[in-house]
Write a protein that binds this ligand. Structure first.
Ligand code: COA
Length: 317
């Protein structure tokens, strides 16, 4: 491992995890789900973020996912390929950590390799003793002044963007109405809209007993995929996910409702808005709250994995 100028370990240096993709990771034609990839990305980010934030004395903490920048799925990944996920800390503010994650697919029969994803995630360390306490992040050593300045610019840009989108993602819940689907005409919003209800169990959670961001993103991608498949009835894959902010924690024992609806179709793509609403079965005084909102873009593929035209979204519910 490389060392810093004074011989100190540079904890921002990468971790790499590898895993062979199996049938559980993919859809019925063998394409690895975008949600599976998002979960692997988040696992790597959480490991390196948590490890870095615990390199100082004081409260032990877990790095909670606060934000994922817009992420593109550059190439499809298939069952049998190996996903190599590398993560590196690229910027630290007083209370947040920026992690860059790259995903590389390797065909171990031919040796062919492709970069399938590049993602930027922001983590905030929360004390294990008091989950509402945000810990200070140990600063990293930058390779150059320029890389520090660029990191600061990214940090300021995302802060500004968060202020602007607060209303959309925030406390106020815009109801997502789900009238009976079978009464709806094909290609309308109402026809393809879908929801999934999930009880947050221990295997979904961090050491704090709050849900992992990767688990939430995987479920969100699943719902978005169902909406896309209901709309165009072909093989569909995730093309990109817009920036996501994780405003509120979701505790073990909560029931989450993930709702998805088509908001736009272009010639060859579908935009789907996904909402995650959480409800504590035990702490009823807390009420239902919106934890996350995101936009997923899907494309429809033919048998040769070439993009197909998408039926236009019809006006009406
Ligand atoms: N993206 C990136 N950084 C964020 C952020 C976001 N969406 N929200 C807050 N932060 C950073 C701030 O920039 C600040 O760091 P700085 O002081 O270095 O600038 C730090 O977090 C604290 O900000 P503050 O406004 O005091 O915190 P908050 O009350 O907004 O709480 C979280 C921030 C992340 C703790 C809170 O939003 C939360 O608990 N979210 C859910 C986390 C989670 O459970 N993730 C998995 C979800 S499925």
């Amino acid at each position: 491992m490389l060392r810093g100028p004074v011989g100190k370990m540079l904890s921002r240096l990468a971790i790499i995890t590898s895993r062979i993709m199996g049938p559980d990771d993919a859809n019925i034609v063998g394409n690895v789900h975008g949600g599976t990839i998002l979960k692997m990305i988040e696992d790597a980010g959480c490991i390196i973020g948590t490890r870095h934030c615990n390199t100082q004395t004081g409260d032990r903490c877990v790095a909670a996912l606060a934000r994922v920048e817009r992420t593109d799925f550059l190439y499809p990944m298939f069952i049998g390929e190996v996903a190599h996920v590398s993560a590196e800390i690229t910027y630290t503010s007083k209370h947040s950590v920026e992690v860059q994650v790259n995903v590389l697919s390797e065909n171990i029969l031919t040796g062919a390799k492709k970069v399938t994803n590049k993602a930027t995630l922001w983590y905030v360390p929360l004390s294990l003793r008091n989950v509402d306490k945000i810990i200070e992040v140990p600063p990293i050593e930058y390779t150059s002044t320029e890389s520090e300045e660029l990191g600061k610019k990214r940090y300021e840009a995302q802060k500004l963007e968060r202020m602007e989108t607060k209303e959309r993602n925030g406390e106020v819940i815009t109801p997502v109405s789900f009238p009976e689907r079978h009464t709806k005409e094909p290609y309308t919003v109402g026809f393809s809209q879908s929801s999934l209800i999930h009880l947050i169990g221990p295997s979904d959670c961090t050491l704090h007993g709050f849900v992992h961001g990767g688990v939430t993103m995987k479920l969100m991608d699943e719902v978005a995929g169902i909406v896309a498949a209901r709309h165009c009835k072909t093989n569909i894959v995730t093309a990109s996910v817009d920036a996501i902010n994780f405003h509120r924690k979701i505790k073990k024992g909560c029931v989450i409702t993930i709702s998805g609806r088509m908001t736009f179709t272009s010639n060859k793509s579908m935009e789907i808005e996904v909402f995650v609403d959480a409800d504590s079965l035990l702490e009823t005084d807390k009420g239902k709250y919106r934890a996350v909102t995101a936009f997923f873009t899907y494309i429809s593929l033919d048998k040769e994995n070439k993009p197909l035209p998408v039926p236009p979204l019809k006006v009406g519910i």
